[in-house]
Design a protein around this ligand. Structure first.
Ligand code: NAI
Length: 248
């Protein structure tokens, strides 16, 4: 028996990166997986096959997590396809960095909409299902910069702080129905998102990390397993920083 056997997990933005690692590790723990991404191309299909190869059911859905109507329909479809949704991981996210005074309205709106509104869209659709089931775990993928702020990322940091407050509010609203909500705040994790950073910026991050390395997507996935499973059945409204000790 895996830690998530018999549970259905819905993970957004999981064709690659941290979301993909979560899908694979959840499947190794026995969860059936529904995941979304903007498009399901050959990478998304490869992810789906890799998850399915763990011996669970896995379906991939194309959709823009930032679109409210689309998301409500998607969740309804996933609920029909799987019969339950026990775990929701709001993982889809983007960056459009810039200093406050140079940031355009479009940069601000895109990041707030894709990161924060998407988490509202999915939580709004999934919450009634979890309330009826009288169990569920919602995990918001925040960031250490959502706790501490970061020069050059005011849009991203604000969106991630919003995801933390959203998780805490859901924890308070739905706790009496057996639904838990928490946030993970990753530090510097080696994915396509951080590959874009110039080498000097990467080096600058690494020297601030006591463990002296970037994190791997599996480091986040392992924390997500804890929050998704009954191991954390008395943990709600919390933020777990997974950052190699960068922030204490
Ligand atoms: P990534 O860029 O490798 O993966 C993000 C995925 O989200 C992609 O597959 C992308 O297509 C998808 N996505 C983007 N916009 C979408 C939309 N509108 N609808 C549906 N899917 C969409 O990024 P990574 O590193 O795997 O990040 C995953 C999450 O972890 C993000 O929320 C990110 O902000 C967060 N995070 C990442 C950190 C890092 O160091 N890599 C640090 C802290 C947080």
């Amino acid at each position: 028996m895996g830690l998530l056997t018999g549970k259905t997990a819905l993970i957004t933005g999981a064709a690659r990166g941290i979301g993909k690692a979560i899908a694979i590790r959840f499947a190794e723990e026995g969860a059936n997986i529904a995941f979304t991404d903007l498009v399901i191309d050959e990478h998304g299909e490869a992810t789906r096959k890799e998850v399915e190869a763990k011996g669970v059911k896995c379906m991939a859905y194309a959709g823009n997590a930032a679109n409210f109507e689309e998301t409500q329909a998607l969740v309804e479809q996933i609920h029909k396809d799987f019969g339950s949704i026990d775990i929701l991981v709001n993982n889809a996210g983007i960056t459009k960095d810039g200093l406050l005074i140079r940031m355009t309205e479009a940069q601000w709106d895109a990041v707030l909409t894709v990161n924060l509104k998407s988490a509202f869209n999915f939580s709004h659709a999934v919450a009634p299902i979890m309330m009826r089931q009288r169990k569920g775990s919602i995990i918001n993928m925040a960031s250490v910069v959502g706790v501490h702020g970061n020069a050059g990322q005011c849009n991203y940091a604000a969106s991630k702080a919003g995801m933390i407050a959203l998780a805490k509010s859901i924890a308070q609203e739905l706790g009496s129905r057996g639904v838990r909500a928490n946030a993970i705040a990753p530090g510097f994790i080696e994915t396509a998102m951080t590959e874009q950073l110039p080498e000097d910026v990467r080096k600058d991050w690494i020297v601030r990390i006591p463990l002296r390395r970037g994190g791997q997507p599996d480091d986040i996935a392992n924390t997500a397993i804890y929050l998704a499973s009954d191991l954390s059945s008395y943990v709600s409204g919390q933020v777990i920083q997974v950052d190699g000790g960068m922030n204490m």
